[in-house]
Design a protein around this ligand. Structure first.
Ligand SMILES: [Mn+2]
Length: 358
């Protein structure tokens, strides 16, 4: 297992690389380059980024932000150009040591929350929060505007202004696109890119829908174990893998998270894991919790045990954290609570490892 940390780059993150290097047991980043969906990532910009991270003593074997253009998801004729760019980007990233690319196939929206800083009454910290009842009174434009307004000047992943300026137009294009249409477009994309991944030694890691159910009537096809069984069948290769995000998949109490890790880990279809706890507050209502099992609704010991026993060579990172100790930063991505999360997850791992070898 390699423990990593998400970092948004010198211009977009409040946390210096030096601080990340000082987190015990953190070997590197799940990295990010700020590029529009569909753009080609040049060798030069990748080299500069990777060299910069290496200079801080950290690895960057996982990249999270190669976003899939909507035309690919919609299956428009213009997808060919974007798929060509994607293939060249995979080749360019592989040249600089990248082994895993995290992406998603969610139409229009990446993750959604109705509050980016809901106070946790038990301790006065705050965290990202979702209540379907609050969403019911909002349009897609409302949620984009309120998220942008509340993100404290940071651009949130999936909410980049350039992606959302033509929100209404793109939403209209999805009218009449059924889940099976989206699956067909997804399969087409994977069939085109997986041979390049295999040649370059790169694994694609699809992130689950967050929250783990459809929103605004858009088709969503990645939020149950059954959905992922279909996805892994689209291209029968270890390069077609999952980023198993426990907090995203776990937002729906019906999903068995450690069961899903075992199921896909045993098939060698997990390329990396986002480990995060979530606390259920009611029907389709939850908040992000501290990593500790007893602070949320997920059993983090069983999650780490399933990883340890079925996919021990994977990359892990704490996904999000609460805002604690009056830290000012990007919602969900402060230093303190994520560093606490790493310390705890590493503790679980050491106990599993030593218990196994006793
Ligand atoms: Mn995640």
């Amino acid at each position: 297992m390699k423990m990593t940390f998400r970092w948004y780059g010198e211009k977009n993150d409040s946390i210096p690389l030096k601080y990340i290097k000082q987190i015990p047991g953190c070997s590197g980043l799940m990295g990010f380059i700020d590029k529009a969906a569909g753009a080609l990532w040049s060798e030069q910009e990748i080299k500069e980024y990777v060299d910069h991270v290496h200079a801080a003593g950290l690895e960057v074997e996982v990249i999270e932000s190669v976003n899939v253009h909507e035309d690919i998801k919609l299956g428009l004729p213009s997808r060919e150009e974007y798929i060509d760019n994607y293939i060249k980007t995979i080749e360019n990233l592989a040249k600089y040591g990248v082994k895993v690319i995290v992406y998603n196939f969610m139409p229009v929206f990446d993750w959604l929350r109705t509050d980016l800083a809901r106070e946790i009454p038990e301790d006065g910290s705050n965290s990202l929060y979702y209540d379907e009842a609050e969403l019911a009174g909002m349009t897609p434009v409302d949620i984009v505007e309120s998220t942008a307004k509340n993100s404290k000047g940071f651009t949130l992943p999936g909410w980049e202004p350039e992606r959302l300026k033509d929100l209404e137009r793109v939403l209209a294009l999805y009218k009449g696109v059924a889940p099976d249409d989206l699956r067909a477009n997804y399969k087409y994309f994977l069939e085109k890119i997986v041979p390049t991944c295999e040649k370059c030694g790169v694994r694609m890691a699809v992130h689950p829908d967050d929250p783990a159910w459809p929103v605004f009537g858009l088709p969503r096809i990645a939020h149950t174990q059954d959905d992922f069984d279909k996805i892994v069948s689209f291209a029968d290769s270890p390069a077609n893998a999952l980023c198993l995000c426990t907090g995203s998949l776990g937002s729906n109490p019906e999903n068995d998270i450690h069961g899903a890790i075992r199921h896909f880990g045993e098939k060698n279809r997990i390329a990396c894991v986002h480990v995060r706890n979530v606390k259920y507050l009611g029907h389709r209502k939850f908040r992000e919790a501290a990593h500790l099992s007893s602070d949320g609704s997920l059993d983090m010991y069983e999650i780490m045990k399933a990883i340890y026993e079925t996919t021990p060579e994977t990359y892990i990172r704490p996904d999000h954290g609460r805002m604690i100790w009056d830290e000012k930063g990007r919602p969900g991505y402060g230093l303190y609570d994520r560093a606490l999360g790493i310390a705890y997850l590493n503790g679980l791992w050491e106990a599993l490892d030593k218990g196994q070898k006793r």
